[in-house]
Design a protein around this ligand. Structure first.
Ligand code: HEM
Length: 481
């Protein structure tokens, strides 16, 4: 065997590396077992250092069976509150309405939201998801004003126009379209043009999607990785948005306000002019809003159509609601907020679809103090994962939970039981826009098209948000009006 000098030189470095890894493992075990002795931790397995039960978690998540295959078996073994270790962090998984109420309403007091490093780097450290206290309240206030009653009233005709234009450009003359892909394009346009007031340019969606693709991937920046592609796309967006923000600032300073005052970019730039926000904060929040709205709303819409296809009685009832609204309008007349308020049954269908297929599984929090909950201690620094499924799929809260039954929403639901939009100070800030988006699109599809699913039993994949694995193609045929 030839003597290789480089191996000889590398040996001490390798030994030091191995020793370091062992030291970290022993130190982590020591810390955890020390904690175990000192505190009344919830039951469950922390598993090996760093890796813990991450592989089991990902395996179940990939099949869209995180609740059935990861959470439920552990609830059976340990109860509704159990510990595990995910992606390096000791984590307590909590389930049920009381848990949702306790952790979601104690945001900023006992816990803070905790996103993966890749999401934070790509959305930006200055987006609402990383903000706390006054700066969080300031951004939420600005978003809320845009989605107030007068803001929503102004937005309805804009959304209607976007949907009509979208049909003309993407549906007319086609026999089959991918509903998921189409709703993504449409949601993107609605957030940017109708909510923010930023004109969509041809390549924009592709660049934003490249950022979103990296938002949950490991934050390794080697060339060609998903994360490094996402980082490059983020730089492109930053440059483009900076220009848009500066141009808007000039316009506002010259013209002082105007009709556009209702749109969100205007309000964000006004906050910039008043010195309440920086340019970077405006840009980060625009990226975050697209991220928050995009896959969630598209998935909610596609699952609503899937449920309608599988439940013809519900579809007939929903269709009648939209025929009644249409029959009260002149040909080509736009919907108004008043029409949308009449879509009660449609909203029940959409809510029931989001109960069974919540676009967001739940989300992570980080304990900022030792927390006493359910008779256990959750140590400061540990993560907490609350879940939508822990109430949505439990018979204690929803009778016969796996059955699709929109009329269960005729009665009000107890707080923190139905949580597809979260709750507490971080409850979805775009809830009203999501609702408009869903109801208006359903109206125009069912009144203008006959449609059917190409693959009625299409699988739901997860990466890391759920999506129909084949893009949910539907056959379409324009209705003769
Ligand atoms: C069906 C569609 C949607 C669903 C299911 C959904 C769900 C959620 C959930 C569960 C949260 C809370 C996350 C947490 O507690 O960690 C959230 C937060 C948020 N959502 Fe949505 N969302 C939807 C659509 C939208 C839209 C259309 C927008 C905006 C245009 C939006 C903007 C936001 C923002 C800004 C936050 C962060 C709020 C904060 O940190 O204070 N979402 N969403």
């Amino acid at each position: 065997m030839a003597f290789d000098l480089s191996n000889f030189v590398a040996l001490p470095f390798f030994s030091i590396f191995v020793a370091l890894v062992f030291a970290i493992i022993i130190f982590t075990n020591y810390k955890t077992s020390n904690l175990r002795n000192k505190k009344n931790l919830p039951p469950g397995e922390l598993g090996f250092p760093w890796i813990g039960e991450t592989l089991e978690f990902y395996k179940a998540q990939k099949k869209n069976k995180l609740y059935e295959e990861f959470v439920q078996p552990r609830i059976q073994n340990y109860g509704k509150t159990f510990k595990t270790r995910l992606m390096g962090s000791p984590t307590v998984v909590v389930n049920g309405a009381e848990a949702n109420k306790f952790f979601l309403s104690n945001e900023f007091k006992l816990v803070v939201s905790s996103w993966p490093s890749s999401s934070v780097q790509l959305m930006g450290k200055d987006s609402i998801m990383e903000k706390q206290g006054d700066s969080h309240r300031c951004i939420r206030g600005i978003i809320a004003t845009s989605l107030s009653i007068s803001g929503l009233e102004a937005m309805v005709p804009k959304i209607c126009k976007s949907v009509q234009l979208h049909f003309e450009e993407n549906w007319v003359g086609k026999n089959v379209i991918s509903l998921y892909k189409m709703t993504k394009t449409l949601t993107f346009t609605i957030v940017l043009e109708c909510m923010l007031g930023i004109e969509v340019k041809p390549d924009m969606l592709g660049v934003f999607e490249r950022v979103l693709e990296g938002a949950f991937s490991p934050p390794f920046g080697f060339p060609g990785s998903k994360f490094s592609r996402a980082k490059n796309a983020r730089k492109e967006i930053e440059k483009m948005l900076m220009n848009i923000v500066r141009k808007k600032r000039e316009e506002i300073e010259v013209q002082q306000g105007g009709e556009e005052g209702r749109l969100l970019l205007f309000r964000l730039v006004m906050a910039l002019i008043r010195g309440e926000m920086s340019e970077k904060e405006v840009v980060d929040n625009v990226v975050l809003l697209v991220f928050a709205a995009h896959d969630t709303t598209s998935f909610a819409i596609t699952m609503t159509f899937r449920m309608l296809a599988h439940h013809p009685n519900s579809y007939s009832q929903l269709l009648q609601e939209h025929r009644d609204i249409k029959n009260n309008k002149r040909s080509g007349e736009m919907l108004t907020l008043e029409d949308i308020k009449k879509m009660n049954y449609t909203w029940q269908v959409a809510r029931e679809s989001m109960r069974i297929f919540p676009p967001i599984f739940g989300s992570f929090r980080k304990a900022i103090a030792d927390i006493e909950y359910d008779g256990f201690t959750i140590p400061k620094g540990w993560k907490v994962l609350w879940t939508t499924y822990g109430t949505h799929y439990e018979a204690d809260y929803f009778e016969d939970p796996l059955t699709f039954n929109p009329s269960r929403f005729e009665e009000p639901v107890q707080p923190y039981v139905y949580v597809p939009f979260g709750g507490g100070p971080r409850q979805c800030a775009g809830y009203q826009l999501a609702k408009l988006n869903i109801l208006i699109l359903v109206h125009y599809v069912v009144t203008q098209y006959e449609w059917s699913l190409v693959y009625p039993e299409e699988q739901i994949a997860v990466d890391p948000l759920p999506f129909p694995s084949q893009g949910m193609p539907i056959r379409i045929n324009p209705k003769l009006s």
